[in-house]
Design a protein around this ligand. Structure first.
Ligand code: AQP
Length: 334
C-alpha cells in the first residue's frame, strides 16, 4: 500500500529559521519523512509579500535549504524543492483565488493582524491572497496531512473548505488535507513577551532564538528570558507563561517529560533552570549551525538537490493541474 502523503512549506524570509519554526513544524517534517511520502518546499513566492532585497532573498533561500538538510531532511526520503521552480503553484493559486469569497479571505487573522500593524494603504495584496496560494501549494500534491504550527490552523481550514467546495462544484478532484499540529511545541512564545508567538517580525529580536545564531548569543537570550513571579519551576501556561514556554522548549529538545524536568528543579531557582535550558538549546543547535555553514560552501550540491526535487514535484503538480483544467473547462494545449 502506498504511504500517506505530507506536504509543508517554510518561508525564506530571514537569514535563519527560529526555534518556533523548528519545534512547530520542521521537527515534525523530519519525523514524518520516515513513514510518509513527504513533499517539503521553501515557499519563496510567499516571501515576496514582504518585498525582500533580491540578493538577500537568493541567499536566504539557499540558507533555508541548507538548514533543512542540517536539521535532518533527507533528500533521498523527501522531495525537497523551491515553490517558484514549479510553475503549477501559480496556476492553481489563481484558481483558488477565484474560488474564495472576499469576506472569507478578509477573516484570516494573520492578514488582519498584519494590516492593522502597517495600515490598509501600505499592506500588499499578496498578504491578502497568500492563504489561497498556500491552499494551492497543499492541494497540488493531494496531501493527506500538513505539519504546521498552531498559527497556520485557520489557513488549513480555508484549504479544506476550498477543496470541499471545488469537489462538490466540479467533481471529486482534491484530497481533503488535515492539519498535523502537535500539542507540545505547536506554539513557541517570544522569550521577552511569552504571551506572543515567537516571530521574526517581532519588534525586538531579544526574544527570538535563531537556529544559526552563535551559541553565546542564544545562551544570553535564554538566560535573560522574562520569567514570572515566584520561584517554582512548574508548568502553568496561564499563571507562568515564561517558565512554561521554557519548559516546553527544554522538554521537546531533550525528549524528557515536563514532570521529570519539574522534579529535577524542585528547590532550585529560576537561574539554575534557565542555565540548564540554555545548555540544552545551545548543544542541540551547535551541530546544526556547523553543518549548515558547511553545506552553504557547496552551492552546486544544493542546486542539484533542488533540481531533482523540482523535477519530482512537477510530475505530481502537472497531473493535478491537468485534471483541474479539464474539470473547470479550460482547454489543454494540443
Ligand atoms: N512561534 C511559533 N511556534 C510554533 N510554530 C511556529 N511557526 C512559526 N512560528 C511559530 C511555524 O513555522 C512554520 C513556517 O512558518 P512561516 O513560513 O510562516 O515562517 P515565518 O514567516 O518565518 O514565521 P513567523 O516568524 O511566524 O513569521 P511572521 O510572524 O512574520 O509571519 C509554519 O508551520 C508555522 O506554523
Amino acid at each position: 500500500m502506498s504511504q500517506p502523503r505530507v506536504l509543508s512549506g517554510i518561508q525564506p524570509t530571514n537569514g535563519s529559521f527560529h526555534l518556533g519554526n523548528y519545534l512547530g513544524a520542521v521537527k515534525q517534517w523530519v519525523d514524518l519523512q520516515k513513514s510518509h511520502d513527504a513533499f517539503y518546499c521553501v515557499v519563496d513566492l510567499h516571501a515576496l509579500t514582504s518585498s525582500p532585497d533580491p540578493k538577500e532573498l537568493r541567499q536566504n533561500t539557499l540558507t533555508s535549504i541548507a538548514q533543512l538538510l542540517a536539521l535532518g531532511i533527507d533528500p533521498e526520503q523527501s522531495t525537497l524543492f523551491l515553490q517558484s521552480q514549479v510553475a503549477e503553484h501559480n496556476q492553481l493559486g489563481w484558481i483558488m483565488e477565484c474560488l474564495t469569497g472576499f469576506g472569507e479571505a478578509s477573516r484570516m487573522t494573520q492578514f488582519k493582524d498584519k494590516s492593522q500593524k502597517v495600515g490598509n494603504d501600505r499592506i500588499g495584496v499578496g498578504v491578502f491572497t497568500y492563504p489561497m496560494l498556500m491552499a494551492a501549494d497543499i492541494l497540488l500534491y493531494q496531501a493527506d496531512q500538513v505539519p504546521v504550527g498552531e498559527d497556520q490552523r485557520q489557513h488549513i481550514e480555508l484549504t479544506r473548505d476550498l477543496a470541499t467546495r471545488f469537489n462538490s462544484q466540479y467533481g471529486k478532484t482534491f484530497t481533503i488535507p488535515q492539519g498535523y499540529i502537535l500539542k507540545e511545541g505547536a506554539k513557541i512564545y517570544d522569550l521577552q513577551d511569552p504571551t506572543s508567538k515567537m516571530s521574526k517580525s517581532a519588534e525586538s529580536m531579544s526574544g527570538l532564538i535563531e537556529i544559526l545564531d552563535t551559541p553565546e548569543t542564544n545562551s544570553k537570550k535564554i538566560k535573560s528570558a522574562i520569567t514570572d513571579t515566584g520561584r517554582e519551576v512548574h508548568f502553568d501556561a496561564a499563571e507562568k507563561p515564561g517558565i512554561s514556554n521554557l519548559l516546553t522548549i527544554f522538554s521537546t529538545l531533550s525528549g524528557r517529560s515536563i514532570s521529570d524536568i519539574e522534579a529535577e528543579f524542585v528547590g532550585k531557582g529560576y537561574g539554575d533552570f534557565k542555565g540548564a535550558v540554555a545548555e540544552v538549546v545551545v548543544e542541540y543547535l551547535r551541530p546544526v549551525r556547523t553543518k549548515t555553514l558547511e553545506l552553504l560552501d557547496d552551492p552546486v550540491h544544493l542546486n542539484a538537490i533542488l533540481k531533482a526535487g523540482a523535477e519530482k514535484a512537477e510530475v505530481v503538480a502537472r497531473k493535478t493541474v491537468a485534471e483541474v483544467y479539464e474539470r473547470i473547462g479550460l482547454i489543454a494545449r494540443g
